[in-house]
Write a protein that binds this ligand. Structure first.
Ligand code: TNX
Length: 511
């Protein structure tokens, strides 16, 4: 393959040129002082992979890799050239970081391994000019249905960053588990973080494994994740999903519910009918936990959930009907708008951007809320025409909990066919984005793939569901998709990097 011919995501422009550089350890990198942390991260990666030492020297000193400021570059853009030296230019630390990630891909596969030995790295001449099409290049991970701890999430952050993706959305609560400690509501984790069993096989089989499942993050855990993610240019976006998907919260605090029924943390998959009541106490609860979790991520947008909130309990509740009357609502669905407004306003007063699933469009939504459109591209179009920005997350293309193919030997996943998302299908979303009209296009912040974990309980299985589909997603998000056959050839080389990282990805042709 020609130099730079197997990069993923594909940069905007890659031109092979004469020249080559052979790096041997230790080598030097010069960079502006403000980007020191970016070089240190790169140095730590090479130390871990092949034991090389990378020495940071002052800007302007002779070095084998020079990193300079080019104010004209796009915020995440960069230039990278290999001639008789390696030169990087960028206008921000993010741009410089992307350049070094690309440089690592230009180098030997061993640069992605752990504890390998390597004498030299030969880089062929190439000039790369690059910048992403979308600012929001996200991956969502549901840590509620199955808990994934600090080590696993850290590893996912590394893999996300290796694909120049930049958002990790953590779904922190659901009917089946509450996964973040909130000091003023201790029972959320004392009671809500553990369920007695989980479905065995597919939900529709109706079986139970009789194995308790639990786990949650402390503030310190999340702080560690946040710091690590920041070092890789990844922003963690926490989600507190209310007023639906609230059964674990109601199990912990029955007064938040609508009935006297004694509920446990849910042990089935699907949509629990048990939602928060619409009284002041529950609204204050939603505000308080969202604000607390947001305080752990001071620089992040915060997702307030809002999906799949059944209204059956509200319709049957005299108290809810009273709240409706007070607000002049004609349908129970409008009650959800009280949560959207309460949470969104509290978060925005504290400087957070607010994101919500597209169902919130069916009740009042404050201006400025960003819509994560999951039920289809049509929901993104509705939001955009209402003047709201959108994150494209449609299940028909970007749900990685769907089967990887229609082969009978795929591991059990959300649905039977036709709920299938091949990596080719993910990749084809680039064409859908290209076909959007200008009104919608102007509102698209970016794209995001979803890893719901009802049927993903282990790290190896997470790898299988995530890759290579996230590699395809990264190129959709970067905005450089091309002919799928050409992508496949690059992907076939790229999986060597995943192998080097120990990723148990799904082979390109089948399980
Ligand atoms: C819908 S997508 C959900 C999740 C499920 C997922 C399964 C969304 C906002 N809600 O609760 O896990 O489908 O694919």
């Amino acid at each position: 393959m020609s130099p730079g011919g197997d990069l993923i995501p594909r940069p905007r422009s890659v031109t092979p040129v004469a020249g080559a550089v052979t790096l041997t350890p230790p080598f030097t990198v010069s960079a502006p002082p403000a980007w020191r942390h970016v070089v240190e991260r790169f140095a730590a990666d090479l130390r871990e992979s092949v034991g090389w030492e990378v020495r940071l020297v002052a800007e302007g000193s002779p070095a084998e890799v020079t990193i300079g400021v080019a104010p004209g570059r796009a915020p995440e853009g960069y230039g990278l050239s290999v001639t008789d030296v390696v030169r990087v230019e960028a206008s921000t630390a993010s741009g410089a970081r992307h350049a070094l990630t690309t440089l690592r891909q230009l180098g030997p596969v061993a640069w992605w391994s752990r504890g390998a030995s390597l004498n030299e790295a030969r880089l062929d001449g190439v000039v790369i000019d690059d910048e992403p099409r979308y600012a929001w290049r996200g991956v969502h991970l549901d840590v509620a249905r199955h808990f994934f701890g600090v080590a696993e999430v850290t590893r996912l952050i590394d893999l996300v960053a290796a694909h120049r993706l930049n958002r990790l959305h953590l779904h922190l609560n659901d009917d089946q588990g509450w996964r973040v400690e909130v000091p003023s509501w201790p029972r959320l984790t004392e009671v809500g973080a553990t369920r007695p069993s989980s479905p065995l096989g597919h939900e529709s089989d109706g079986l139970d494994d009789a194995v308790p499942h639990g786990g949650y993050f402390t503030a310190q855990d999340l702080q560690r994740l946040r710091t690590h993610a920041a070092s890789r240019g990844v922003v963690i976006v926490p989600e507190i999903d209310l007023p639906g998907h609230a059964q674990a919260a109601i199990a912990a605090y029955p007064e938040l519910g609508n009935t006297d029924e004694k509920l446990g943390v849910w042990t089935r998959w699907g949509i629990s009918p048990h939602v928060l009541n619409a009284g002041e106490g529950a609204l204050a609860f939603a505000e308080e936990v969202a604000v607390h979790v947001a305080s752990l991520f001071p620089d992040s947008p915060v997702h307030i959930g809002g999906d799949e909130c059944p209204t059956t309990e509200w319709e049957a509740s005299a108290a809810a009907r009273e709240v409706m009357a007070r607000h002049g609502f004609v349908e129970a669905r409008q009650l959800q708008g009280l949560f959207t407004k309460r949470m969104a306003e509290a978060l925005r007063r504290r400087g957070h951007e607010v994101i919500a699933w597209d169902e919130v469009l069916e009740a009042d939504v404050p201006d400025g809320v960003v819509i994560a459109a999951w039920r289809g591209v049509d929901r993104a179009e509705i939001a955009a025409r209402r003047g709201l920005d959108v994150i494209m997350a449609p299940m028909q293309y970007l749900y990685l909990d769907w089967l990887s193919s229609d082969r009978p030997d795929e591991p059990v996943a959300l649905g039977p066919a036709p709920l299938v998302t091949t990596w080719e299908r993910v990749y084809s979303f680039g064409d859908v984005l290209a076909g959007l009209d200008s009104v919608v296009r102007a509102r698209v912040r970016g794209v995001q793939a979803q890893l719901w974990t009802e049927y993903i309980a282990t790290r190896d299985h997470l790898d299988y569901m995530a890759f290579p589909r996230l590699a395809a997603l990264s190129e959709v998000a970067w905005g450089t998709t091309e002919d799928v056959g050409a992508f496949r050839r690059r992907l076939a080389a790229h999986v060597a990097r995943l192998d080097a990282r120990g990723v148990r990805y799904r082979p390109l042709d089948g399980p």
